[in-house]
Design a protein around this ligand. Sequence first.
Ligand SMILES: Nc1ncnc2c1ncn2[C@@H]1O[C@H](COP(=O)(O)OP(=O)(O)O)[C@@H](O)[C@H]1O
Ligand SMILES: [Mg+2]
Length: 533
Amino acid sequence: MAEIVLTAFLQVLFDKLTSPKLEEYELWLGAKKELEELESTLSTIAAVLDDAEERQVKDKAVRNWLMKLKDAVYDADAVLDEFATKALQQKVKSQDHTNRWVSSFLQVPNSVALHVKMGSMIKEINKRLNAIALERVNFHFREGIRDVEKEDNECRQTHSFVIESEVFGREKDKAEIVDMLIGWGNGEDLSVIPIVGMGGIGKTTLAQLAFNDVKVKDSFKLRMWVCVSEDFDVPRLTKAIIEAATKERCDLLGMDLLQTRLRERLAGEKFLLVLDDVWSEDYEKWDRLRTLLRGGAKGSKIIVTSRSTGVAAIMGSLPTCYLARLSDDDCWTLFRKRAFGNGGAEQTPRMVAIGKEIVKKCGGIPLAIKTLGSLMRSRREEREWLYVKDNELWRLPQERDGILPALRISYNHLPSYLKRCFAYCAVFPKDYDINKERLIQMWMAEGLVEPSDAAEQLEDVGNNYFNYLLWRSFFQVAEEDEDGSIVSCKIHDLMHDLAQFVAGVECSILRQAQGRSSQKELVTYRWSATQEC
Ligand SMILES: Nc1ncnc2c1ncn2[C@@H]1O[C@H](COP(=O)(O)OP(=O)(O)O)[C@@H](O)[C@H]1O
Ligand SMILES: [Mg+2]
Protein backbone atom coordinates (compact mmCIF):
# COMPACT_ATOMS: atom_id res chain seq x y z
CA MET A 1 0.00 0.00 0.00
CA ALA A 2 0.90 3.62 -0.39
CA GLU A 3 3.66 2.96 -2.91
CA ILE A 4 2.56 6.13 -4.69
CA VAL A 5 3.78 8.27 -1.86
CA LEU A 6 7.38 7.08 -2.14
CA THR A 7 8.41 9.86 -4.51
CA ALA A 8 6.97 12.44 -2.17
CA PHE A 9 8.56 10.74 0.79
CA LEU A 10 11.99 10.64 -0.82
CA GLN A 11 11.72 14.39 -1.21
CA VAL A 12 11.22 14.68 2.55
CA LEU A 13 14.41 12.68 3.07
CA PHE A 14 16.36 14.86 0.64
CA ASP A 15 15.13 17.93 2.47
CA LYS A 16 16.36 16.50 5.75
CA LEU A 17 19.73 15.56 4.25
CA THR A 18 20.30 18.93 2.67
CA SER A 19 18.95 20.99 5.55
CA PRO A 20 21.47 23.71 6.50
CA LYS A 21 20.63 22.91 10.13
CA LEU A 22 22.41 19.58 9.82
CA GLU A 23 25.74 21.28 9.20
CA GLU A 24 25.46 23.14 12.48
CA TYR A 25 25.94 19.90 14.39
CA GLU A 26 29.32 18.60 15.37
CA LEU A 27 28.01 15.08 14.88
CA TRP A 28 27.40 15.78 11.21
CA LEU A 29 31.11 16.18 10.56
CA GLY A 30 31.75 12.64 11.76
CA ALA A 31 29.14 11.13 9.46
CA LYS A 32 29.53 13.53 6.53
CA LYS A 33 30.83 10.90 4.11
CA GLU A 34 28.05 8.42 4.91
CA LEU A 35 25.34 11.05 4.66
CA GLU A 36 26.64 12.25 1.30
CA GLU A 37 26.68 8.68 0.06
CA LEU A 38 23.09 8.26 1.26
CA GLU A 39 22.01 11.34 -0.63
CA SER A 40 23.71 10.21 -3.82
CA THR A 41 22.19 6.70 -3.68
CA LEU A 42 18.75 8.14 -3.07
CA SER A 43 19.02 10.42 -6.12
CA THR A 44 20.03 7.47 -8.31
CA ILE A 45 16.96 5.60 -7.13
CA ALA A 46 14.64 8.63 -7.35
CA ALA A 47 15.45 8.98 -11.06
CA VAL A 48 13.74 5.69 -11.89
CA LEU A 49 10.93 5.76 -9.37
CA ASP A 50 8.21 7.02 -11.73
CA ASP A 51 8.78 4.17 -14.13
CA ALA A 52 9.00 1.66 -11.29
CA GLU A 53 5.73 2.85 -9.75
CA GLU A 54 3.97 2.31 -13.03
CA ARG A 55 5.51 -1.03 -13.85
CA GLN A 56 4.77 -2.52 -10.44
CA VAL A 57 1.13 -2.79 -11.53
CA LYS A 58 1.85 -5.81 -13.69
CA ASP A 59 5.33 -6.83 -12.61
CA LYS A 60 5.54 -8.60 -9.26
CA ALA A 61 9.34 -8.40 -9.15
CA VAL A 62 9.15 -4.61 -9.46
CA ARG A 63 6.51 -4.53 -6.75
CA ASN A 64 8.80 -6.50 -4.42
CA TRP A 65 11.68 -4.21 -5.25
CA LEU A 66 9.55 -1.21 -4.36
CA MET A 67 8.49 -2.82 -1.07
CA LYS A 68 12.13 -3.39 -0.17
CA LEU A 69 12.93 0.17 -1.12
CA LYS A 70 10.04 1.48 0.94
CA ASP A 71 11.25 -0.38 4.05
CA ALA A 72 14.80 0.85 3.60
CA VAL A 73 13.70 4.42 2.99
CA TYR A 74 11.51 4.45 6.11
CA ASP A 75 14.36 3.02 8.16
CA ALA A 76 16.66 5.69 6.73
CA ASP A 77 14.15 8.32 7.81
CA ALA A 78 14.00 6.91 11.34
CA VAL A 79 17.81 6.89 11.56
CA LEU A 80 17.99 10.47 10.32
CA ASP A 81 15.45 11.55 12.91
CA GLU A 82 17.44 9.85 15.63
CA PHE A 83 20.60 11.43 14.27
CA ALA A 84 19.03 14.90 14.38
CA THR A 85 17.78 14.38 17.96
CA LYS A 86 21.14 13.14 19.22
CA ALA A 87 22.98 15.91 17.39
CA LEU A 88 20.69 18.47 18.98
CA GLN A 89 21.24 16.97 22.42
CA GLN A 90 25.00 17.21 21.90
CA LYS A 91 24.69 20.79 20.80
CA VAL A 92 22.72 21.65 23.95
CA LYS A 93 25.32 19.82 26.04
CA SER A 94 28.29 21.56 24.43
CA GLN A 95 26.65 24.95 24.91
CA ASP A 96 25.76 24.34 28.52
CA HIS A 97 28.61 22.57 30.33
CA THR A 98 27.57 23.97 33.67
CA ASN A 99 24.07 22.60 33.61
CA ARG A 100 24.48 19.01 34.66
CA TRP A 101 20.75 18.63 35.10
CA VAL A 102 20.11 19.26 31.40
CA SER A 103 22.72 16.66 30.44
CA SER A 104 21.39 14.01 32.75
CA PHE A 105 17.82 14.77 31.75
CA LEU A 106 18.66 14.40 28.09
CA GLN A 107 20.82 11.37 28.81
CA VAL A 108 23.44 12.61 26.38
CA PRO A 109 25.70 9.72 25.51
CA ASN A 110 29.43 9.82 25.27
CA SER A 111 30.26 11.61 22.05
CA VAL A 112 32.81 9.13 20.66
CA ALA A 113 30.49 6.20 21.24
CA LEU A 114 27.68 8.15 19.62
CA HIS A 115 29.78 8.97 16.54
CA VAL A 116 30.55 5.32 16.11
CA LYS A 117 26.97 4.19 16.68
CA MET A 118 25.37 6.70 14.32
CA GLY A 119 28.07 6.21 11.69
CA SER A 120 27.51 2.46 11.68
CA MET A 121 23.71 2.82 11.52
CA ILE A 122 23.95 5.07 8.47
CA LYS A 123 26.55 2.71 6.93
CA GLU A 124 24.11 -0.15 7.39
CA ILE A 125 21.31 1.79 5.64
CA ASN A 126 23.71 2.73 2.84
CA LYS A 127 24.59 -0.92 2.34
CA ARG A 128 20.92 -1.84 2.00
CA LEU A 129 20.13 1.04 -0.32
CA ASN A 130 23.21 0.41 -2.46
CA ALA A 131 22.13 -3.18 -2.98
CA ILE A 132 18.64 -1.96 -3.94
CA ALA A 133 20.14 0.62 -6.31
CA LEU A 134 22.26 -2.09 -7.93
CA GLU A 135 19.25 -4.35 -8.36
CA ARG A 136 17.43 -1.64 -10.28
CA VAL A 137 19.79 -2.26 -13.22
CA ASN A 138 18.09 -5.63 -13.80
CA PHE A 139 14.77 -3.94 -14.46
CA HIS A 140 16.06 -1.54 -17.15
CA PHE A 141 13.92 1.30 -15.81
CA ARG A 142 13.61 4.46 -17.84
CA GLU A 143 15.05 7.49 -16.08
CA GLY A 144 13.28 10.80 -15.47
CA ILE A 145 10.25 9.99 -17.61
CA ARG A 146 8.39 13.06 -16.46
CA ASP A 147 9.48 16.58 -17.00
CA VAL A 148 9.51 17.55 -13.35
CA GLU A 149 11.07 20.93 -13.95
CA LYS A 150 8.33 21.83 -16.36
CA GLU A 151 5.67 20.76 -13.88
CA ASP A 152 7.41 22.92 -11.32
CA ASN A 153 7.17 25.96 -13.52
CA GLU A 154 3.55 25.22 -14.29
CA CYS A 155 2.41 25.40 -10.75
CA ARG A 156 4.67 28.21 -9.71
CA GLN A 157 2.80 30.45 -12.13
CA THR A 158 -0.20 32.29 -10.85
CA HIS A 159 -3.33 30.89 -12.41
CA SER A 160 -5.90 33.47 -13.26
CA PHE A 161 -8.06 30.92 -15.01
CA VAL A 162 -11.79 30.68 -15.00
CA ILE A 163 -12.95 27.48 -13.40
CA GLU A 164 -15.39 25.81 -15.70
CA SER A 165 -18.53 24.58 -14.10
CA GLU A 166 -20.48 23.80 -17.25
CA VAL A 167 -22.56 20.63 -16.98
CA PHE A 168 -23.04 18.43 -20.03
CA GLY A 169 -25.65 15.86 -20.96
CA ARG A 170 -27.91 15.96 -17.92
CA GLU A 171 -30.82 17.94 -19.40
CA LYS A 172 -33.19 14.98 -19.43
CA ASP A 173 -32.31 13.85 -15.90
CA LYS A 174 -32.69 17.39 -14.64
CA ALA A 175 -36.08 17.81 -16.34
CA GLU A 176 -37.30 14.57 -14.74
CA ILE A 177 -36.24 15.60 -11.26
CA VAL A 178 -37.71 19.11 -11.61
CA ASP A 179 -40.91 17.59 -12.91
CA MET A 180 -41.17 15.29 -9.89
CA LEU A 181 -40.33 18.10 -7.49
CA ILE A 182 -43.04 20.38 -8.81
CA GLY A 183 -45.73 18.10 -10.16
CA TRP A 184 -45.68 14.88 -8.12
CA GLY A 185 -46.76 13.99 -4.60
CA ASN A 186 -48.39 17.33 -3.88
CA GLY A 187 -51.10 15.65 -1.83
CA GLU A 188 -48.48 14.02 0.40
CA ASP A 189 -46.82 15.57 3.46
CA LEU A 190 -43.33 14.55 2.40
CA SER A 191 -41.96 12.65 -0.62
CA VAL A 192 -38.42 11.45 -1.23
CA ILE A 193 -36.65 11.31 -4.62
CA PRO A 194 -33.46 9.25 -4.65
CA ILE A 195 -30.62 9.90 -7.11
CA VAL A 196 -28.38 6.83 -7.33
CA GLY A 197 -25.12 6.26 -9.18
CA MET A 198 -21.46 5.44 -8.72
CA GLY A 199 -18.99 7.89 -7.18
CA GLY A 200 -17.98 10.80 -9.42
CA ILE A 201 -20.82 10.25 -11.90
CA GLY A 202 -22.54 13.54 -11.10
CA LYS A 203 -25.21 12.93 -8.43
CA THR A 204 -24.35 16.02 -6.40
CA THR A 205 -24.10 18.07 -9.59
CA LEU A 206 -27.54 16.93 -10.74
CA ALA A 207 -29.07 17.64 -7.34
CA GLN A 208 -27.50 21.13 -7.50
CA LEU A 209 -28.98 21.73 -10.95
CA ALA A 210 -32.44 20.88 -9.67
CA PHE A 211 -31.96 22.79 -6.40
CA ASN A 212 -31.04 25.97 -8.26
CA ASP A 213 -33.67 25.71 -10.99
CA VAL A 214 -35.85 28.84 -11.21
CA LYS A 215 -39.12 26.93 -11.15
CA VAL A 216 -37.98 24.93 -8.14
CA LYS A 217 -36.94 28.12 -6.35
CA ASP A 218 -40.40 29.55 -7.00
CA SER A 219 -42.13 26.44 -5.82
CA PHE A 220 -40.19 25.92 -2.58
CA LYS A 221 -39.77 28.99 -0.38
CA LEU A 222 -37.53 27.08 1.98
CA ARG A 223 -34.64 25.14 0.43
CA MET A 224 -31.96 23.41 2.50
CA TRP A 225 -28.81 21.51 1.56
CA VAL A 226 -27.11 19.14 3.97
CA CYS A 227 -24.10 16.85 3.37
CA VAL A 228 -24.69 13.59 5.19
CA SER A 229 -21.64 11.51 4.24
CA GLU A 230 -20.81 8.30 6.06
CA ASP A 231 -22.11 9.16 9.51
CA PHE A 232 -25.93 9.28 9.65
CA ASP A 233 -26.09 10.80 13.10
CA VAL A 234 -29.62 12.09 13.74
CA PRO A 235 -28.77 14.88 16.24
CA ARG A 236 -25.93 16.14 14.00
CA LEU A 237 -28.19 16.09 10.95
CA THR A 238 -31.01 17.85 12.79
CA LYS A 239 -28.61 20.60 13.77
CA ALA A 240 -27.28 20.86 10.23
CA ILE A 241 -30.81 21.11 8.84
CA ILE A 242 -31.66 23.88 11.32
CA GLU A 243 -28.48 25.73 10.30
CA ALA A 244 -29.32 25.32 6.61
CA ALA A 245 -32.86 26.59 7.22
CA THR A 246 -31.97 29.56 9.41
CA LYS A 247 -28.57 30.34 7.84
CA GLU A 248 -27.32 30.80 11.39
CA ARG A 249 -25.16 28.74 13.64
CA CYS A 250 -27.14 26.51 15.99
CA ASP A 251 -25.68 25.87 19.44
CA LEU A 252 -28.68 24.10 20.96
CA LEU A 253 -27.91 20.95 22.89
CA GLY A 254 -30.13 17.93 23.34
CA MET A 255 -32.65 16.37 21.00
CA ASP A 256 -35.67 17.99 22.69
CA LEU A 257 -34.50 21.52 22.00
CA LEU A 258 -33.31 20.64 18.50
CA GLN A 259 -36.59 18.99 17.65
CA THR A 260 -38.64 21.95 18.88
CA ARG A 261 -36.49 24.42 16.95
CA LEU A 262 -36.74 22.37 13.75
CA ARG A 263 -40.51 21.98 14.06
CA GLU A 264 -40.92 25.74 14.59
CA ARG A 265 -38.87 26.48 11.50
CA LEU A 266 -40.60 23.99 9.22
CA ALA A 267 -44.18 24.59 10.43
CA GLY A 268 -46.46 25.20 7.47
CA GLU A 269 -43.58 25.75 5.00
CA LYS A 270 -43.32 23.88 1.73
CA PHE A 271 -39.69 22.89 1.86
CA LEU A 272 -37.09 21.14 -0.27
CA LEU A 273 -34.28 19.36 1.54
CA VAL A 274 -31.28 17.77 -0.19
CA LEU A 275 -29.55 15.05 1.79
CA ASP A 276 -26.36 14.64 -0.19
CA ASP A 277 -24.25 11.51 -0.13
CA VAL A 278 -26.14 9.16 2.17
CA TRP A 279 -24.50 5.83 3.00
CA SER A 280 -26.47 4.49 5.92
CA GLU A 281 -28.98 1.73 5.25
CA ASP A 282 -30.21 1.86 8.83
CA TYR A 283 -33.98 2.13 8.54
CA GLU A 284 -34.53 3.14 12.17
CA LYS A 285 -32.28 6.18 11.92
CA TRP A 286 -33.97 7.30 8.74
CA ASP A 287 -37.38 6.82 10.32
CA ARG A 288 -36.35 8.99 13.29
CA LEU A 289 -35.20 11.77 10.99
CA ARG A 290 -38.30 11.52 8.82
CA THR A 291 -40.53 11.88 11.87
CA LEU A 292 -38.66 15.06 12.83
CA LEU A 293 -39.24 16.46 9.36
CA ARG A 294 -43.04 16.18 9.57
CA GLY A 295 -44.99 19.41 9.93
CA GLY A 296 -44.09 21.19 6.71
CA ALA A 297 -46.73 22.08 4.08
CA LYS A 298 -48.03 19.41 1.72
CA GLY A 299 -45.84 18.79 -1.30
CA SER A 300 -42.58 19.15 0.67
CA LYS A 301 -39.79 17.06 -0.86
CA ILE A 302 -36.45 15.51 -0.07
CA ILE A 303 -33.79 14.64 -2.65
CA VAL A 304 -31.40 11.95 -1.46
CA THR A 305 -28.18 11.20 -3.33
CA SER A 306 -26.42 7.92 -2.73
CA ARG A 307 -24.20 5.29 -4.32
CA SER A 308 -26.42 2.60 -2.82
CA THR A 309 -29.63 1.23 -4.27
CA GLY A 310 -30.35 -0.06 -0.74
CA VAL A 311 -30.53 3.53 0.52
CA ALA A 312 -32.92 4.38 -2.31
CA ALA A 313 -35.13 1.41 -1.43
CA ILE A 314 -35.28 2.40 2.24
CA MET A 315 -35.75 6.14 1.85
CA GLY A 316 -37.37 6.67 -1.54
CA SER A 317 -41.10 7.19 -2.08
CA LEU A 318 -41.00 8.57 -5.65
CA PRO A 319 -39.21 6.86 -8.57
CA THR A 320 -35.42 6.62 -8.27
CA CYS A 321 -33.25 8.44 -10.80
CA TYR A 322 -30.46 6.02 -11.74
CA LEU A 323 -27.72 8.21 -13.12
CA ALA A 324 -26.03 6.66 -16.14
CA ARG A 325 -22.49 7.25 -17.36
CA LEU A 326 -22.10 10.30 -19.59
CA SER A 327 -22.51 9.61 -23.30
CA ASP A 328 -19.37 9.45 -25.48
CA ASP A 329 -20.21 12.81 -27.06
CA ASP A 330 -20.71 14.56 -23.74
CA CYS A 331 -17.53 13.00 -22.34
CA TRP A 332 -15.61 14.28 -25.32
CA THR A 333 -17.06 17.79 -25.04
CA LEU A 334 -16.16 17.93 -21.34
CA PHE A 335 -12.61 16.75 -22.03
CA ARG A 336 -12.09 18.90 -25.13
CA LYS A 337 -13.14 22.09 -23.36
CA ARG A 338 -10.61 21.53 -20.61
CA ALA A 339 -7.68 20.10 -22.54
CA PHE A 340 -7.55 22.26 -25.66
CA GLY A 341 -7.42 25.92 -26.55
CA ASN A 342 -6.60 29.09 -24.66
CA GLY A 343 -3.08 28.14 -23.67
CA GLY A 344 -3.83 24.40 -23.59
CA ALA A 345 -2.77 21.71 -26.02
CA GLU A 346 -3.21 22.20 -29.75
CA GLN A 347 -6.22 20.41 -31.21
CA THR A 348 -4.53 18.51 -34.03
CA PRO A 349 -6.09 15.34 -35.52
CA ARG A 350 -3.38 13.23 -33.80
CA MET A 351 -4.05 14.80 -30.40
CA VAL A 352 -7.81 14.38 -30.89
CA ALA A 353 -7.31 10.69 -31.63
CA ILE A 354 -5.15 10.17 -28.53
CA GLY A 355 -7.52 12.31 -26.44
CA LYS A 356 -10.48 10.14 -27.46
CA GLU A 357 -8.60 7.03 -26.37
CA ILE A 358 -7.88 8.63 -23.01
CA VAL A 359 -11.53 9.64 -22.57
CA LYS A 360 -12.64 6.08 -23.36
CA LYS A 361 -10.56 4.84 -20.45
CA CYS A 362 -12.43 7.16 -18.06
CA GLY A 363 -15.60 5.05 -18.38
CA GLY A 364 -18.08 7.92 -18.68
CA ILE A 365 -17.30 9.30 -15.21
CA PRO A 366 -17.17 13.11 -15.34
CA LEU A 367 -14.87 13.43 -12.33
CA ALA A 368 -12.25 11.28 -14.09
CA ILE A 369 -12.65 13.14 -17.39
CA LYS A 370 -12.46 16.56 -15.79
CA THR A 371 -9.35 15.65 -13.82
CA LEU A 372 -7.55 14.20 -16.82
CA GLY A 373 -8.72 17.04 -19.06
CA SER A 374 -6.95 19.56 -16.85
CA LEU A 375 -3.86 17.36 -16.64
CA MET A 376 -3.66 17.13 -20.43
CA ARG A 377 -4.11 20.88 -20.78
CA SER A 378 -0.73 21.33 -19.15
CA ARG A 379 0.89 18.69 -21.40
CA ARG A 380 1.22 20.01 -24.90
CA GLU A 381 3.38 17.41 -26.55
CA GLU A 382 2.15 14.29 -28.28
CA ARG A 383 4.65 12.09 -26.45
CA GLU A 384 3.20 13.27 -23.12
CA TRP A 385 -0.33 12.41 -24.24
CA LEU A 386 0.79 8.98 -25.37
CA TYR A 387 2.49 8.48 -22.03
CA VAL A 388 -0.82 9.06 -20.21
CA LYS A 389 -2.81 6.98 -22.70
CA ASP A 390 -0.50 3.97 -22.35
CA ASN A 391 -0.01 4.34 -18.62
CA GLU A 392 0.13 1.01 -16.78
CA LEU A 393 -2.00 2.39 -13.96
CA TRP A 394 -5.10 2.08 -16.15
CA ARG A 395 -4.83 -1.67 -15.68
CA LEU A 396 -5.12 -1.43 -11.93
CA PRO A 397 -8.77 -2.26 -11.15
CA GLN A 398 -10.54 0.30 -9.00
CA GLU A 399 -11.82 -2.53 -6.83
CA ARG A 400 -8.29 -3.20 -5.53
CA ASP A 401 -8.23 -0.14 -3.31
CA GLY A 402 -11.20 1.95 -4.43
CA ILE A 403 -9.06 4.54 -6.22
CA LEU A 404 -10.10 5.62 -9.74
CA PRO A 405 -7.12 5.04 -12.07
CA ALA A 406 -7.62 8.47 -13.69
CA LEU A 407 -7.19 10.19 -10.31
CA ARG A 408 -4.15 8.11 -9.47
CA ILE A 409 -2.50 9.00 -12.79
CA SER A 410 -3.28 12.65 -12.30
CA TYR A 411 -1.80 12.54 -8.79
CA ASN A 412 1.36 10.87 -10.11
CA HIS A 413 1.87 13.84 -12.40
CA LEU A 414 2.01 16.33 -9.54
CA PRO A 415 5.38 17.67 -8.45
CA SER A 416 6.43 16.08 -5.17
CA TYR A 417 5.80 19.12 -2.98
CA LEU A 418 2.19 19.26 -4.24
CA LYS A 419 1.79 15.56 -3.64
CA ARG A 420 2.63 16.24 -0.02
CA CYS A 421 0.27 19.21 0.21
CA PHE A 422 -2.55 17.16 -1.26
CA ALA A 423 -1.83 14.11 0.92
CA TYR A 424 -1.90 16.43 3.92
CA CYS A 425 -5.57 17.19 3.18
CA ALA A 426 -6.44 13.65 4.26
CA VAL A 427 -6.55 15.06 7.79
CA PHE A 428 -9.84 16.80 7.05
CA PRO A 429 -13.06 14.86 7.39
CA LYS A 430 -14.94 14.04 4.21
CA ASP A 431 -17.17 16.82 2.88
CA TYR A 432 -15.45 19.36 5.10
CA ASP A 433 -15.43 22.99 4.00
CA ILE A 434 -11.70 23.74 4.01
CA ASN A 435 -10.94 27.42 4.53
CA LYS A 436 -8.33 28.44 1.94
CA GLU A 437 -6.34 30.86 4.12
CA ARG A 438 -6.24 28.43 6.98
CA LEU A 439 -5.14 25.55 4.78
CA ILE A 440 -2.25 27.61 3.41
CA GLN A 441 -1.24 28.53 6.97
CA MET A 442 -1.33 24.86 7.94
CA TRP A 443 0.85 23.88 4.97
CA MET A 444 3.27 26.62 5.93
CA ALA A 445 3.37 25.51 9.56
CA GLU A 446 4.22 21.98 8.41
CA GLY A 447 7.05 23.24 6.20
CA LEU A 448 5.30 22.04 3.04
CA VAL A 449 5.54 25.37 1.20
CA GLU A 450 8.86 25.90 -0.54
CA PRO A 451 9.63 29.25 -2.19
CA SER A 452 11.91 28.91 -5.21
CA ASP A 453 13.82 32.06 -4.24
CA ALA A 454 14.21 34.15 -1.12
CA ALA A 455 12.16 37.03 -2.52
CA GLU A 456 8.99 34.96 -2.74
CA GLN A 457 6.44 35.31 0.05
CA LEU A 458 5.38 31.99 1.54
CA GLU A 459 1.71 33.01 1.38
CA ASP A 460 1.99 33.69 -2.36
CA VAL A 461 3.62 30.34 -2.99
CA GLY A 462 0.93 28.62 -0.88
CA ASN A 463 -1.71 30.49 -2.83
CA ASN A 464 -0.26 29.20 -6.11
CA TYR A 465 -0.23 25.65 -4.77
CA PHE A 466 -3.90 26.00 -3.82
CA ASN A 467 -4.88 27.39 -7.20
CA TYR A 468 -3.00 24.72 -9.03
CA LEU A 469 -4.67 21.91 -7.06
CA LEU A 470 -8.02 23.56 -7.72
CA TRP A 471 -7.31 23.91 -11.39
CA ARG A 472 -6.28 20.29 -11.61
CA SER A 473 -9.62 19.30 -9.96
CA PHE A 474 -8.07 17.96 -6.76
CA PHE A 475 -10.16 20.60 -4.99
CA GLN A 476 -13.62 21.97 -5.76
CA VAL A 477 -14.78 25.48 -4.94
CA ALA A 478 -17.09 25.49 -1.92
CA GLU A 479 -17.57 29.19 -1.22
CA GLU A 480 -16.69 32.47 -2.89
CA ASP A 481 -16.98 35.99 -1.48
CA GLU A 482 -18.78 38.89 -3.20
CA ASP A 483 -15.71 39.64 -5.36
CA GLY A 484 -15.56 36.06 -6.58
CA SER A 485 -12.45 35.23 -4.52
CA ILE A 486 -12.36 31.71 -3.19
CA VAL A 487 -12.97 31.41 0.53
CA SER A 488 -13.12 27.65 0.91
CA CYS A 489 -12.86 24.43 -1.02
CA LYS A 490 -14.04 20.86 -0.73
CA ILE A 491 -12.48 17.59 -1.76
CA HIS A 492 -14.64 15.13 -3.66
CA ASP A 493 -14.99 11.93 -1.63
CA LEU A 494 -13.14 9.86 -4.26
CA MET A 495 -10.31 12.41 -4.20
CA HIS A 496 -10.40 12.21 -0.42
CA ASP A 497 -10.02 8.43 -0.65
CA LEU A 498 -6.96 9.05 -2.82
CA ALA A 499 -5.52 11.54 -0.32
CA GLN A 500 -6.01 9.03 2.49
CA PHE A 501 -4.52 6.26 0.42
CA VAL A 502 -1.37 8.19 -0.40
CA ALA A 503 -1.07 9.62 3.09
CA GLY A 504 -1.19 6.16 4.60
CA VAL A 505 -3.52 4.22 6.82
CA GLU A 506 -2.53 5.77 10.08
CA CYS A 507 -3.21 9.31 9.08
CA SER A 508 -5.47 10.74 11.76
CA ILE A 509 -8.58 12.56 10.70
CA LEU A 510 -9.94 15.67 12.26
CA ARG A 511 -13.33 14.89 13.64
CA GLN A 512 -16.00 17.47 13.52
CA ALA A 513 -16.79 17.73 17.18
CA GLN A 514 -20.51 18.47 17.42
CA GLY A 515 -20.83 20.12 14.05
CA ARG A 516 -17.90 22.27 13.08
CA SER A 517 -14.29 21.92 14.13
CA SER A 518 -13.01 25.01 15.81
CA GLN A 519 -10.01 26.82 14.39
CA LYS A 520 -8.00 25.84 17.44
CA GLU A 521 -8.62 22.16 16.90
CA LEU A 522 -7.45 22.41 13.33
CA VAL A 523 -4.32 24.35 14.05
CA THR A 524 -3.17 22.27 16.99
CA TYR A 525 -3.45 19.06 15.01
CA ARG A 526 -0.14 17.27 14.41
CA TRP A 527 0.18 15.88 10.99
CA SER A 528 1.52 12.39 10.89
CA ALA A 529 0.65 11.32 7.38
CA THR A 530 3.74 10.54 5.33
CA GLN A 531 5.77 9.33 8.26
CA GLU A 532 3.38 6.58 9.20
CA CYS A 533 2.13 4.99 6.02
N1 LIG B 1 -22.61 16.26 -16.49
C1 LIG B 1 -21.47 16.81 -16.08
N2 LIG B 1 -20.79 17.67 -16.89
C2 LIG B 1 -19.64 18.24 -16.46
N3 LIG B 1 -19.08 18.01 -15.27
C3 LIG B 1 -19.71 17.17 -14.43
C4 LIG B 1 -20.94 16.54 -14.79
N4 LIG B 1 -21.33 15.76 -13.75
C5 LIG B 1 -20.39 15.92 -12.81
N5 LIG B 1 -19.42 16.75 -13.20
C6 LIG B 1 -18.23 17.11 -12.43
O1 LIG B 1 -17.66 15.90 -11.96
C7 LIG B 1 -17.28 15.99 -10.62
C8 LIG B 1 -17.98 14.94 -9.78
O2 LIG B 1 -19.36 15.20 -9.77
P1 LIG B 1 -20.27 14.98 -8.49
O3 LIG B 1 -21.60 15.53 -8.80
O4 LIG B 1 -19.59 15.50 -7.29
O5 LIG B 1 -20.31 13.38 -8.43
P2 LIG B 1 -20.98 12.43 -7.35
O6 LIG B 1 -21.80 13.28 -6.43
O7 LIG B 1 -21.80 11.45 -8.13
O8 LIG B 1 -19.85 11.73 -6.66
C9 LIG B 1 -17.57 17.40 -10.19
O9 LIG B 1 -16.39 18.14 -10.27
C10 LIG B 1 -18.57 17.91 -11.20
O10 LIG B 1 -18.41 19.28 -11.43
MG1 LIG C 1 -21.56 13.63 -4.39
